[in-house]
Every structure is written in C-alpha cells, then in structure tokens.
Design a protein around this ligand. Structure first.
Ligand code: HPA
Length: 278
C-alpha cells in the first residue's frame, strides 16, 4: 500500500458506511485497550467491520475488537471505534489517522479518545482517569506525523495550529461530570511513544523531566488528524500502571487489560456524562 492515503480512499469508506446507516453521527469515539465494552451500550447499533473499509487499519492486539458501532448513546448520534490500531503494528501514521479522516468526511464534529496509559506522574494511581490537557508529540517531532505527505486542503490547512488541541469546553464538562460523580479526576500531559516495548527506567526519567504525566502508544496521531480537520477533541487516559521509574517493577499487557476492567465503570460514567451535556 501507498504510504499516504488519498481522498478517494477516504470517500470510498465513507460511501460504504453511509450505505449502511440512516443516522448522522456527530460524535466519534475511539476506545483503547480493555475499554471497548462501552460500545455495547450503543442503541440501534449498526456494526461495520474494519475489514470492509480498506485501508482502515485492523488491530492485531488482544483487547481490541475490530469494528465500528454506529447508533445512539445518551441521545447522541455516535460512531464508536471498538478497537484501534497502533503504529507498532506496522501501519503508517497516515493510515493510523485514516479512521478520523473518514469521521471528518462523514460530518463527525467531536472526537472522544480513550487510552490506557502508564503513570509517569508519581501522584497518579492505577484505576484513576486523567483528562489529557495537552500532549507531547515526540513521534511527530521525529518526523512521524500523520499529516506528512500531500495536504488535504478540503479538510484542513497545511500548517494547523495545535495550541488548543484538547477542547477546553469538553475538558470543563469532564471536570463537572467527575465532580458530580464524586471521584477525583487527574489532569496532565500525555506522550505517545512508538512502542511496543514498555519504557526503560531511563526513558521514564527522561519523560518525567520533560513534563510528561502519562505515557502510552496511541491518541496523539488521531488527535493531530482531528485538530487538522477542525474537530473538537477530548482525550481521556485511564491509568493502568505506575511507570517503572526506579527499575523495581514489571509492566505487562495483562496488567493493562486488568486495570482497564477496574476503571471501566468510571470511564463509562465520564463519557456518558459528557454525552448527556453536549
Ligand atoms: N507505557 C506505555 N504504554 C502504556 C503503559 C506504559 O506504562 N501502560 C499502558 N500503556
């Protein structure tokens, strides 16, 4: 496959989806590792497997389904990605951004992204939820941006501003929901690394020094594409483990999936609360 995607590819996927749905999705949601079950609450759901939407990246990781769930949730028309793909699976960055491009051409205006992340901030505990207030685009700085290649002038500018990548109103709604639900909401800076190896203690000390609160392997490419196309983005990290800053603990994918199960009720409460208030 070409490294870059084309508008024709995007619009072919859009046509396939439009041929199967009758609603107009307004909110796109990408659910991370162990967090996909939120999609089961979608009413009047239409399921579209990623496999019929090439070159939509199909996840190969345990804990990720591979389908779109389109319907309504809390009276909002939603398009939920049950499972997502990552750069470490071998997809190009533009391909990782393909689903968000499809959402944009379908008229989706808001993107809610969740992920599982390791806590670099020592105050954060597994099971907590962090509102992403900003991200550090280390892969983008190294040249791996989903916007690399020909620009889609119909969708957004060549040089998009990233000063307000995470929508402040959506962040405020999230704070309100957490407060009313009676649990602490963390806030901070998320960094996306390429993975798939977890970080060394030296990696983590570096990330801490440059202002990272939580580390993961997703979200930044999708949000970059979302902002490029003028969508409002909300990012939520569920803290699945404490990062191994002192070299004394071990991080595993099983631990990440287990923590996902524990934090799911809280995450569900936040997402449904935000949807109710849109
Ligand atoms: N590092 C990177 N990605 C992750 C982690 C981590 O500790 N936990 C969940 N995703």
């Amino acid at each position: 496959m070409n490294e870059f995607i084309t508008l024709e590819q995007i619009d072919r996927a859009v046509d396939t989806i439009r041929g199967r749905i009758t609603n107009q999705p307004k909110v796109g949601m990408i659910l991370g590792s162990g967090l996909g079950s939120l999609a089961e609450s979608v009413e009047d759901a239409v399921f579209v497997p990623y496999s019929v939407l090439p070159p939509w990246p199909v996840s190969t990781v345990e804990g990720h389904e591979g389908r779109l769930v389109i319907g309504s949730l809390e009276n909002q028309e939603v398009m939920v990605m049950q499972g997502r793909s990552h750069y470490y699976e071998g997809y190009s960055m533009p391909q990782i951004g393909f689903p968000v491009r499809v959402m944009q051409r379908l008229g989706v205006e808001i993107l809610i992204v969740t992920n599982a992340a390791g806590a670099v901030n020592p105050d954060f505990e597994p099971g907590e939820v962090m509102l992403i207030t900003d991200h550090l685009n280390l892969l983008g700085m190294a040249g791996e941006s989903p916007l690399r290649g020909p620009n889609f002038d119909q969708i957004g500018p060549r040089f998009p501003d990233m000063g307000f990548a995470y929508d402040r109103k959506l962040g405020e709604l999230t704070r309100q929901v957490a407060k009313e639900s009676g649990f602490a909401l963390r806030e901070g800076v998320y960094v996306c690394l390429a993975g798939p190896s977890f970080e060394t203690p030296a990696d983590l000390r570096f990330l801490k020094a440059i202002g990272v609160d939580a580390v993961g392997m997703s979200t930044v490419p999708e949000v970059t594409v979302a902002v490029h196309g003028g969508m409002r983005a909300l990012g939520l990290s569920t803290i699945s483990n404490k990062a191994n800053l002192d070299g004394e603990t071990i991080t595993s994918h099983e631990e990440v999936l287990e923590a996902g199960k524990i934090v799911l009720p809280r995450l569900t409460q936040i997402v449904t609360g935000v949807l109710q208030r849109l």
